[in-house]
Each structure stands twice: as structure tokens, then as C-alpha cells.
Ligand binder design. Structure first.
Ligand code: PMP
Ligand code: GLN
Length: 411
């Protein structure tokens, strides 16, 4: 095998999704809605596949033209700048592939990429496979005692600045963040932006949860800060935007001098994402463009419907003695499990973090699947954060009820 895949053979989703299936566990692990996308999206998909020819065949490599056009119009209005649908956008196979193209296109052997912990796990293997070196900087709880909101976790600006070196090629930002749910505020983004401009570094901004903000938190695109459009790749996901994660349509938006390199990777690897799914997503965005900011917009309704699920899960976790950290955005909530008594078997692997063992035990013995938060940390730092597990609350009320029942019966 090639050296680039050494050490990246384990994957948290492969492992824990299988385990949850084997034990038929109630699944608050993997981040996907267990309910349908909205009717208008299902209808758009059916319409796309019911035709005779065009949408069953190949389309333009970098994005089906009606989709890139409406994405340009939609996001152009948000960032208040002319976005060229042909030059500034790449449609990918989910946000995953947009991330992959970005790392492959920009990171060379020996380049450093700064990752903010906790981070969506795939950034690290993707940096490694591109030949780069991940450099980690943690968000830390800033209040004494128990932090109650994701807002209480912050970067130390001096520590962050110390990570930038002449080898730094990029920094990855994820707001709203997975798994913590932190939504970076303007002043926090400004600190990152200033460092990017000062050191000539690219910002890879993963914004797949951009519509999902709660309690008045505001999602701000770092690409709109002065000097940042020219050095930012903004990544999004139709799966997360329209509750259709299996459709695997994503995109990267940015300046032409960067996007053209992502296109080189894309055209020589997957070529394009499924035409019919792109057509359905184009219809979804057209609908949302017309309703943007109005009460009948799906992007407005989605966080409202999740708000109550988030509260419900938080109340239940608190009642059973798991200290939840209330997320300002996204699909997930992390909770401190230090106070929970679990009768864990000894591990064969002394390096295995406590939360990993706890989650396996919870799946096997209680039939409830979650994800260990140490999976979102570097090997160097994961032992410091091994007392948290991640719950996905974007689930049907009946799924949340089953999970609640398990938690309340056992603790
Ligand atoms: N980034 C983050 C932060 C995620 O949580 C996910 C998982 N949905 C992705 C990227 C990948 O998104 P997609 O399903 O569109 O490939
Ligand atoms: N992004 C989702 C999560 O964080 C799922 C990722 C995956 O299944 N590979 O749970």
C-alpha cells in the first residue's frame, strides 16, 4: 500500500455505525436526520428522474449549469458580491469531496494546516493524505466550573497566533462547529482573518450547518471579512441544508485563482456529482431564493423545529447527570459523562480513551448509540477530553423518546 494511507485506516463512522446496526441501537450517533426531506425536495427529485434523457446522463464536470447559477445568485446576495457561476463554484459529491479537493489542490508535502479542536474528524486524514502536517489548537472552556454553552469555549488568540509558521498553508474553520456546536462570533473570526492576511494563509471554511443557529446566534461567513474573499474556500452541503444527507451534493465557493485548482483535482478524480440530485438541489435553492428570510423558507423553519429537540435532549441529559453543553448551532450536543457510573469492562487496549469504551458499552449494554468526543481531537490531546460524548438531536420525536427512556431507566 501507499504510505499516504498509513495510520488513517480507522474511521469512527465506519466503526460506530456498524456497531449501532449490529446491536440495533437507538441511534443518536451519526449526524443525519432520521426523517424525510421536505416534500418540495422529494417532488423535485422525482421530477428529475422521471424525464427521459438529460438528467440521467453526464453533465458539466464542475456543476450542472442551473445549479451553479442559482448557487451564485443565492450566495452572491448573502455575501453581497458578484459570484461567477462558472468560475467561483465547484459542485462536489457532498461537502466531503469539496474538502478533499481543497486539501489535494492546496497542500504540499511538509505544509502545515491548522485544525481547531474539536474538529470534524476527516480533516486530519485528508491533510495527511495530501502530504501535509496537521497542527492543532484547542477551543477551551473559558468559564470556571462547568461550561454550559458552546459560546463559553474559545480560542486563546496568543496560542492561535503561535501556531502560524512560514510553513502554514491553511487553517480550517468549521462554524457552526461539529461536534461542539460553537458559532464563531465576528470578533473571533476577525482574529483568525487577521492572522490569515498577515501570514498569507488560506482559510478553508466548512459551513455545512450554516442555517442551523439557535437562540439568536448569527452565522457569519469569514469570506465577507475584509481581505478574506481572496483567500477563503467556503464549503457547503445540500445534504445538511435540505435534510437529505444521502444525496451527496456539496459545493466549494471561492476566488477563481483557488477554485481552478480544486477543479483540477475534481475533473481527474470523480468528474461530477449525480445530475438528477443536482437538478433537485437547484430547484430547492430556487425556492429558497424566493422565500429567503420569510417564515415559509425551509432554511428558517429548520432551526425552529430543531430548537425544541435540542431543549428536550438537554433536559433529559441534565436529569440523568450528564452535563450538557448547549450548542448555539448545528446538529449535535456534547455532554460530560464524568459523573456517570458505568460498569465498563477492562479494555485490551490501554491507549483507548475512556469515552470510546463508554460508548461501546452504552451501545452493547443499553442499546443507545452516541459518538465519543475524543474522536474529534488529535492523539496528543484526546486524553484531556475523554469525558464527553456527542449526541445528535436531529431525530424524530419517537427516536428521542426511545433514547430518553433508555437513559432514565438506567441512571
Ligand atoms: N463537514 C462537517 C462539519 C460535517 O459534519 C459533515 C458531515 N455531514 C461534512 C462536512 C460532510 O458533509 P456531506 O455529507 O455533504 O459530505
Ligand atoms: N457528519 C456526520 C457526523 O458528524 C456524519 C459523517 C459520516 O457519517 N461520515 O455525524
Amino acid at each position: 500500500h501507499a504510505r499516504r494511507i498509513e495510520g488513517v485506516d480507522k474511521n469512527i463512522w465506519v466503526e460506530f455505525t456498524q456497531l449501532a446496526a449490529d446491536y440495533k441501537a437507538v441511534n443518536l450517533g451519526q449526524g443525519f436526520p432520521d426523517f424525510s426531506p421536505p416534500d418540495f425536495m422529494k417532488e423535485a427529485f422525482c421530477h428529475a428522474v422521471s424525464g427521459d434523457y438529460d438528467l440521467h446522463q453526464y453533465t458539466r464536470a464542475f456543476g450542472y449549469p442551473p445549479l451553479v447559477k442559482i448557487l451564485a445568485k443565492f450566495f452572491g446576495r448573502i455575501v453581497d458580491r458578484q459570484i461567477d457561476p462558472m468560475e467561483n463554484i465547484l459542485v462536489s459529491v457532498g461537502a466531503y469531496q469539496a474538502l478533499y479537493c481543497t486539501f489535494q489542490a492546496l497542500v504540499d508535502e511538509g505544509d502545515e494546516v491548522i485544525l481547531i479542536e474539536p474538529f470534524f474528524d476527516c480533516y486530519q486524514p485528508m491533510v495527511k493524505m495530501a502530504g501535509g502536517k496537521a497542527v492543532y489548537v484547542p477551543l477551551r472552556p473559558t468559564v470556571k466550573g462547568k461550561a454550559m454553552s458552546s459560546r463559553d469555549w474559545a480560542l486563546d488568540p496568543e496560542e492561535l497566533a503561535s501556531k502560524f509558521t512560514p510553513r502554514t498553508k491553511a487553517i480550517v474553520l468549521n462554524t457552526p462547529n461539529n461536534p461542539l456546536g460553537k458559532v464563531f462570533q465576528r470578533e473571533e473570526l476577525q482574529v483568525i482573518a487577521d492572522l490569515c492576511v498577515k501570514h498569507g494563509v488560506v482559510c478553508i471554511s466548512d459551513e455545512v450547518y450554516e442555517w442551523l443557529v439557535y437562540d439568536g446566534a448569527m452565522h457569519i461567513k469569514i469570506a465577507t471579512l475584509p481581505g478574506m474573499w481572496e483567500r477563503t474556500v467556503t464549503i457547503g452541503s445540500a445534504g445538511k441544508s435540505f435534510s437529505a444527507t444521502g444525496w451527496k451534493v456539496g459545493w466549494a465557493i471561492g476566488p477563481q485563482h483557488i477554485l481552478k485548482h480544486l477543479k483540477t483535482v475534481h475533473q481527474n478524480s470523480v468528474y461530477h456529482s449525480a445530475t438528477a440530485a443536482q437538478d433537485a438541489v437547484a430547484h430547492g435553492f430556487q425556492r429558497e431564493y424566493e422565500r429567503f428570510g420569510k417564515p415559509d423558507s425551509y432554511f428558517s423553519q429548520l432551526p425552529q423545529s430543531f430548537h425544541q429537540k435540542r431543549q428536550r435532549l438537554a433536559d433529559c441529559l441534565a436529569a440523568v447527570g450528564m452535563q450538557p453543553i448547549i450548542p448555539e448551532g448545528g446538529y449535535f450536543m456534547i455532554a460530560d459523562i464524568s459523573a456517570i457510573k458505568a460498569d465498563l469492562p477492562d479494555s485490551d487496549d490501554s491507549d483507548e480513551p475512556y469515552d470510546n469504551r463508554f460508548v461501546k458499552w452504552l451501545i452493547r449494554n443499553k442499546g443507545l448509540a452516541t459518538i465519543p468526543v475524543s474522536a474529534f481531537y488529535s492523539p496528543e490531546h484526546q486524553r484531556e477530553f475523554e469525558n464527553y460524548v456527542r449526541f445528535c438531536f436531529v431525530k424524530k420525536d419517537s427516536t428521542l423518546s426511545s433514547a430518553e427512556q433508555i437513559l432514565r431507566e438506567w441512571s
